[in-house]
Design a protein around this ligand. Structure first.
Ligand code: FES
Length: 633
């Protein structure tokens, strides 16, 4: 980065940059060679953390430790006042910046130095710092050899060297202990998970302790391999859930089990979940060059249906009123029970669920966002086919689930598609023209959820949609935005707005458009979500303006434009800076559970602290839903 590129800004400026802008920004990380795309305004430190790229820190991105130094090798990043205090003039000239002060607004390439120290804490979640205290412990011990005078058994010998711990012994450890002790001159490493000795390994292997955090989504599954000695993410992998052929959402998967009378289909779905997890284990271990046998614990955050199926428990009662789960908390489960080939004694942590539609992924998300410990009153919205909403602070938390439908997944939208290469993710409409942001910078193929939200918000803004969600007449269109009026067309008796022509200009046969029915789908989803949070606000006894922050979570929520969400009333009408993308909070919560037994214990106690509000039995739900259908300025 050249000297000329340096300009100074205040920390205040940096802190107020927000994900409110419409654009996405590309960021390249070296030496990992990773390229990611995040909403404009997200802090570099958070973007790295969401994507499993470890940056040194002990303050969790709060600007106090000054350890998060990265070097900007391409692009322009102003010097924050904290940079000016923490870094030398030479460092600033060479492009060094503190990652937690860099708001991403233009494409940049950064070099991330290796972690300097073995930290006692690591960052995870939404700007959280976690004190490292994993359930997995390794202890290297040098034991005296047995003799006729010293007749302790092999296991007694190992346990005597660990006499500060009260341990139970796994059969696997017992089976191998005799051989391992004698082959390694009685110098061994004890592998402990919680209070269980799961293995005895030859020599000193204390530097090899890994865990894998899974976000087991209905659509996508994400795995993060963590080094449990440092808390650093080593590799991240994601893939579509292999259960996809059985339907796009939990209801269709439950239905396929019901139609086939359980048994067979449940087994097949469980196997497909296991195959998805197993494929990701292979991928992340290969990427980080880690032996899967050194993975001693996994944590799985999934909604109630995904968790039931993965364990092999029939989820049918979740799909019909009164929506009853088999259990809120899971019994002790081994990683191999989930079809995962890691250490044979590895444990699996499964997050408990509040209800059939507020599952373990939300429990994990609450831990990641720290809502249960923060005094600020915040609203957490995880947007998907089913939308989970939690409101409150450390004093009181209430939750609900709203049936948003498949609009945001693109399933019920005429030109809808998932957020993959070719999907229009950003739409800007000015008087003159339509500008599109397409994932992968390729020719547009369809419209994903964030593009859908943008398109409707922008059409409403320029006056081509009225507040009832109807496209305006040709006369009104010609009078208000004449240069765009010819994009309003009729297709099989339905009004559409053309976003892009793939072939000849004017040829509708393969055009990408937004139809009147698409707008209706979005209105239904928006109305369900807005009804959900407005009822929670009322139950809590506060007004929208009292909210100090709205966290948008999940693979869709994190990538939508806060400005569009506000304009359409998907979230309360607040200053855009109070709407924050929270990233993959379920995955972050799973990482935290692996890093810290304390965080894990808090996740388990959350069940007692959150009051669940059921929307379906409220007499006023329908009236409120209808009220929320309209768009308002
Ligand atoms: Fe601690 Fe940036 S100063 S993370």
């Amino acid at each position: 980065m050249s000297e000329a590129a340096i300009s100074e800004t205040s920390d205040a400026t940096v802190e107020t940059a927000s994900p409110g802008a419409l654009e996405r920004v590309d960021v390249h990380f070296e030496p990992a060679g990773r390229q990611i795309r995040v909403p404009s305004g997200v802090m570099l430190f958070d973007a790295a953390s969401w994507n499993g790229i470890a940056i040194d820190s002990t303050c969790g991105g709060h600007g106090t430790c000054k350890k998060c130094k990265v070097r900007v090798v391409d692009g322009i990043v102003p010097v924050s006042s904290l940079d000016a205090r923490a870094l030398s003039a030479d460092e600033l000239r060479s492009g060094w910046r503190l990652a937690c002060r860099v708001a991403l607004t233009t494409p940049i390439s950064v070099e991330v130095p290796p972690l300097l120290t073995r930290p006692k804490s690591a960052t995870a979640g939404v700007g959280r710092r976690v004190i490292l205290r994993p359930a997995v412990q390794k202890r290297y011990v040098e034991l005296s050899e047995p003799s006729l005078q010293d007749q302790k058994t092999d296991i007694e010998r190992v346990l005597a060297a660990l006499d500060d711990l009260e341990l139970r012994v796994d059969l696997g450890a017992l089976r191998s202990v005799a051989t391992v002790l004698r082959r390694s001159d009685f110098k061994v490493t004890a592998v402990i998970v919680d209070d269980i000795l799961i293995d005895v390994e030859p020599g000193d292997t204390t530097d090899k302790a890994y865990g894998i955090a899974f976000d087991l989504g209905t659509t996508t599954v994400v795995a993060t391999l963590l080094d449990l000695t440092t808390g650093a993410p080593m590799a991240v992998g994601s893939m579509l859930n292999k259960q996809q052929p059985y339907g796009a959402d939990v209801i269709t998967r439950i239905s396929s089990i019901m139609i086939n009378n359980g048994g067979d289909v449940l087994d097949r779905l469980a196997r497909l979940a296991h195959e998805t997890l197993a494929a990701l284990v292979e991928e992340v271990c290969a990427e980080a060059d880690v032996d899967p046998k050194n993975v001693y614990e996994i944590a799985v955050a999934g909604n109630a249906t995904m968790s039931h199926i993965a364990i092999g428990v029939d989820p049918e009662p979740l799909g019909v009123a009164p929506f009853i789960m088999s259990t809120r908390r899971w019994p002790e489960v081994l990683a191999k029970d989930l079809g995962v080939s890691v250490h044979p004694g590895a444990r699996a942590v499964l997050f408990p669920s509040f209800g059939a539609y507020v599952g373990g992924d939300i429990t994990a998300g609450l831990i990641a966002s720290g809502m249960d410990r923060d005094t600020r009153v915040r609203l957490f919205i995880d947007i998907g086919t089913n939308c989970e909403i939690v409101l409150g602070n450390s004093e009181r938390l209430i939750a609900t689930a709203a049936p948003a439908g498949p609009a945001f997944e693109g399933a019920s939208i005429k030109c809808g598609m998932r957020a993959a290469a070719g999907a229009i993710e950003v739409v800007k409409i000015a008087e003159e023209d339509v500008a599109l942001g397409v994932i992968g910078d390729v020719a547009p193929e369809g419209l994903c959820g964030s593009g859908l939200l943008d398109a409707v918000a922008e059409l409403f803004k320029v006056g081509l949609l009225d507040s009832s969600g109807r496209f305006v007449s040709d006369e009104v269109a010609n009078a208000t935005v004449p240069k765009l009026a010819d994009r309003l067309r009729w297709l099989e008796k339905e009004r559409i707005f053309v976003l892009a022509y793939k072939g000849d200009e004017g040829d509708l046969s393969d055009a990408i458009f937004l139809s009147q029915r698409d707008v209706r789908e979005l209105q239904f989803a928006k109305a369900a979500i807005a009804t959900g949070w407005s009822i929670l606000l009322e139950e809590y006894g506060i007004k929208p303006g009292d909210l100090q922050q709205v966290l948008l979570a999940g693979s869709f929520g994190s990538y939508l434009s806060p400005a569009s969400a506000i304009r359409l009333g998907l979230v309360p009408k607040l200053p855009v800076l109070r709407i924050v993308s929270a990233g993959n909070v379920a995955g972050e919560g799973a990482k935290m559970a692996l890093m810290s037994v304390r965080e894990r214990a808090l996740a388990m106690t959350l069940l007692e602290e959150v009051d669940y509000v059921e929307l379906s039995d409220r007499a006023d739900f329908n009236d409120r839903f209808v009220e929320q259908l309209a768009f308002s300025i």
